[in-house]
Design a protein around this ligand. Structure first.
Ligand code: LFR
Length: 481
């Protein structure tokens, strides 16, 4: 019988799930007990997350988890939570949300960028936080808030942990995406709070992955059927931190691409790179599990594709992904390529239209077929991955032998092959559920079920995953397998 079972609450920008993870003989098996759609909603004059329904989904998932475990005579040792980064909810003294949390896709923070940089020079921000510039970083979102007196900002996973346990904490990997976190000290960059008019106690105290946040509130235990002493444990609560912890690498010189709604492309380092070249290339030094640095850049992601599908469906064409990818794979290489991380693609809108316009701006034309749009997206992502990996090698003084693609994109054979071609490197694809796996691995180590550092966690990830290898064929079209 499996010795321990752990529950991962893993929510991405387009879907969420509650997954049970079991460790048997050095491998983890995952069982999804609840899956639900997620997405930004137009609410109270902005693009926001409907947090109340998200939290209701979390409770439904935990209830299913409790039931599944009980039916097998198992006890859930702990719960870990990871979601996308950057966004927060404001909570008052009574513990109530003062508004629906904004989404990073809302454009209000764009106008606050210049305001923030007028108070603190961008180069000074980078020298301390090492964070890539994105107009939606927490620091710019906070600059749009009118009244921060008497409230606390809880990042989305921390908000879920608070609702489950009553404990207010900020998990450190996600804190490193705020723009208010010192990348070297691993503490809040307190010197920036005053000039920006932010209360010093705006954020709750930091916790590290592996620390216990608390146990379930009585009402939560009642609702879900979980024992009241079930622990909520901090994991890499930034989904990308959990995904990188589960990269099944055994090689020294590996790079990773966490490919989902976004693509996070980079390497793992011991120390941040904070120099000017790094800032100008807009690389980030986010904190990973076990004091590592996730040295990476956000490249556009499969959001471009899912938004196209959404647009086509709204126009009356429901085009399922397998067929689209097959037609896209049949097209010749060398088609138009655009900058997949152009902020023009961030907000939800007519994506095929915006992609066509971007191609036109390069002086090229895009044939009027969905397959051509899809191929353009994938060629552009692969080109962006290759460029970013070359930058990472140069800026970090590293050489990369193998590229691991994890997350939803690892299932996209065309994208994986195009990436191998564009980078001229071996690509190893999998696991798909890297975020949930990283979440579970951290919990298992916290419980003492597995021991060791990231190399051991990664060996376990490798033993638990079916991997697919792609070799570069730079001059050939994609030959599907
Ligand atoms: C990926 C991710 C990225 C972050 C973006 C916005 O899901 O967490 O790492 O830059 O979403 O939060």
């Amino acid at each position: 019988a499996p010795s321990s079972v752990f529950a991962a609450v893993d929510i991405g920008a387009s879907s969420g799930r509650v997954i049970l993870g079991r460790l048997t003989d050095g491998t983890v098996s995952l069982e999804t007990v609840h899956r639900f759609p997620n997405g930004v909603v137009e609410l109270d004059g902005g693009l926001r997350w409907d947090f109340d329904s998200l939290f209701a989904q979390v409770l439904t998932g935990l209830t299913a988890a409790a039931k599944t475990a009980a039916a097998k005579g198992e006890t859930i040792a702990s719960i870990g939570i990871d979601t996308w980064a950057v966004d927060y909810g404001l909570v008052n003294k009574a513990g109530e949300l003062t508004a629906h949390p904004y989404s990073y896709r809302d454009e209000r923070s764009k106008a606050a960028v210049a305001q923030v940089h007028a108070k603190i020079d961008q180069s000074r921000l980078y020298a301390t936080t090492g964070l890539q510039f994105l107009a939606f970083n927490t620091i710019y979102q906070l600059a749009t808030e009118k009244d921060l007196d008497g409230v606390q900002a809880l990042l989305i996973p921390d908000l879920i942990a608070f609702k489950l346990t009553g404990q207010r904490r900020t998990e450190a990997t996600n804190a490193s995406t705020t723009g208010l976190f010192d990348a070297v000290a691993g503490e809040w960059a307190t010197e920036f709070f005053k000039p920006l008019g932010l209360p010093t106690g705006l954020f709750a105290p930091l916790v590290q992955p592996g620390e216990t946040i608390g146990t379930l509130l009585p009402g939560i235990a009642d609702t879900t059927g979980l024992p009241a002493d079930t622990k909520v444990v901090a994991v890499g609560s930034h989904d990308t931190a959990s995904a990188v912890a589960a990269v099944p690498a055994t090689e020294e010189g590996f790079a990773y691409i966490s490919s989902g709604t976004w693509s996070l492309v980079g390497v793992e380092l011991d120390h941040p790179v904070l120099d000017k070249a790094s800032r100008l290339a807009n690389f980030t030094n986010e904190h990973g599990v076990d004091g590592t640095i996730r040295y990476l850049r956000n490249v556009g992601g499969l959001w471009l594709l899912s938004e196209c599908q959404r647009t086509w469906a709204a126009e009356g064409y429901a085009l399922p992904l397998p067929g689209l990818l097959e037609s896209a794979a049949a097209l010749r290489p060398g088609g138009p390529v655009i900058n997949a991380d152009d902020p023009a693609f961030t907000a939800p809108d007519n994506m095929p239209h915006r992609i066509r316009a971007a191609v036109r701006n390069t002086g090229d034309v895009l044939p009027d077929r969905p397959a051509a749009v899809v191929r353009c997206i994938l060629d552009s992502l692969a080109a962006g991955y290759a460029r970013t990996l070359a930058d990472a090698e140069r800026l970090a003084g590293r050489s990369v032998d193998v590229v691991h693609i994890v997350g939803g994109g690892s299932q996209n054979q065309l994208l994986c092959q195009l990436t191998a071609n564009a980078t001229n490197k071996t690509v190893i694809a999998g696991p798909v559920e890297a975020t949930a796996l990283g979440n579970i691995l951290l919990q298992a180590r916290t419980a003492g079920t597995i021991t060791g550092g990231l190399p051991e966690l990664r060996r376990t990830a490798r033993a638990s995953t079916h991997l697919t290898q792609y070799e570069p064929h730079p001059s050939h079209a994609f030959h599907g397998n």
